[in-house]
Write a protein that binds this ligand. Structure first.
Ligand code: GLU
Length: 400
């Protein structure tokens, strides 16, 4: 008899984490691997945030917190939404979870019935698909074009919506493409959604503070869809706090209550110390916080550098990302080529070739629903990036 459930047997592993684990394994074997696989800032958490965590321990915040998060944290999150996004939420609309990934998982579990359709513009962040599949929802992929900065158009959305559509999920700034939707583009999407009463939007804004072109725009700002938008955010990316595992939603109260109920059966709440640290992070104003501004500026310098190096590799199609810390170049001109035992027919072949031959870990585009591309995270030092790009170029040029 099969030990494991069909649910887990049918679930794909997270490729971002799998490639990172492979890179770690090779490093442990003594290989000089450069990892451009995981999307994780290489900076340390701001000192002031760490101090808040230390104080929380000393103040004995070591007991179970309320399921959706401490009241002061939910207040601080409301303050953040007002200050940064001009959005008004009440604490009961906020649920704090163990990372934005759990937040997304809970939203999908609370909204999607088996057979419900979830529209996912492609390329998408790797876990959306599996999260929907676990809920037995039906993923409806809408393929976007590199020439359109990988953004879904209102017409495409309109065509994809059916009476079974329950949810649309996307990230802006986008993982994996680094592109972001403008206010006008979001308004156009909101206008389409507004015409369909039963359709909700999950807006993943975890890369909000890593934006190189100006103010962040939230789709929740549009009144015609406001009561059907779930905004997901957290501290991992903008505050270099990946390990603290704090994500949150701001949602219509009925959805927040449902997520709270689910969370009460799953984790009880997220870590008390990390929550107290997050109160401090939420009260940092991104317009004046040196930590946030410095990180963004460094990411931008790296982006510019990597862009030049990528443009210098023949056969790649590259867009200049406007946010997050990823490039998603089209590498398909190398498909059909080979070197020694390596035959490159798809993005997995190419990512494995780069890992084994160039000692550079990337993530295959197929994990994000686009097999023509690979994802490179530039959340690492300029020296390592330069060396990684040199190796990638050399390895690609060896293919014929
Ligand atoms: N979100 C990051 C990434 O895409 C972290 C890894 C993950 O959770 O998938 O690389």
């Amino acid at each position: 008899m099969e030990i494991l459930s069909n649910r887990i047997l049918n679930m794909a592993e997270s490729e971002t984490l799998a490639m990172t684990a492979k890179a770690r394994e090779l490093k442990a074997q003594g290989k000089d691997v450069i990892s451009l696989s995981i999307g994780e800032p290489d900076f340390n958490t701001p000192e002031v945030v760490k101090d808040a965590a230390k104080k929380a321990i000393d103040d004995n915040f070591t007991h179970y917190p309320p399921v959706p998060g401490y009241p002061d944290l939910r207040e601080a999150i409301c303050t953040k939404f007002k200050r940064d996004n001009n959005l008004d939420f009440k604490p009961e609309q906020i649920v704090v979870s163990t990372g934005a990934k759990q937040s997304i998982y809970q939203v999908v579990q609370c909204l999607v019935n088996p057979g419900d359709e979830v529209i996912i513009p492609t390329p998408f962040w790797v876990s959306y698909k599996e999260i929907v599949r676990v809920a037995e929802g039906k993923c409806v992929y809408v393929k976007t074009k590199l020439e359109n900065d990988f953004k879904v158009t209102p017409q495409q959305l309109e065509e994809a919506i059916t009476p079974r559509t329950k949810l649309i999920m996307f990230s802006s700034p986008s993982n994996p493409t680094g592109m972001l939707y403008t206010k006008d583009e979001l308004r156009a999407i909101a206008d389409v959604v507004a015409k369909h009463d039963n359709v909700f939007v999950m807006a993943d804004e975890i890369y909000e503070h890593i934006n190189f072109v100006g103010g962040h725009e939230s789709i929740a700002q549009f009144e015609n869809v406001r009561d059907r938008v779930i905004t997901v955010n957290g501290v991992a990316k903008g505050f270099a706090m990946t390990g603290w595992r704090i994500g949150f939603i701001a949602a219509p109260t009925v959805i927040a209550k449902a997520c709270n109920k689910l969370q009460g059966q799953v984790t009880s709440a997220t870590c008390s110390i990390a929550q107290k640290a997050t109160v401090c992070a939420m009260l940092l104003d991104p317009k004046s916080s040196k930590d946030i501004i410095d990180m963004r500026n460094i990411f931008m310098q790296r982006r510019d550098m990597v862009y030049k190096l990528l443009c210098d590799i023949p056969g790649l199609k590259v867009r200049l990302p406007q946010g997050a810390f990823y490039f998603f170049p089209d590498v398909s001109s190398y498909y059909g080529k080979s070197h020694g035992e390596y035959k490159i027919n798809n993005s997995t072949d190419l990512a494995m070739y780069l890992l084994n031959e160039a000692n550079v870990a990337t993530v295959m585009g197929s994990a994000f629903g686009d097999d023509s591309c690979i994802r490179l995270s530039y959340a690492t030092s300029e020296d390592l990036l330069r060396e990684a790009l040199r190796r990638i170029k050399e390895a690609l040029l060896r293919l014929n």
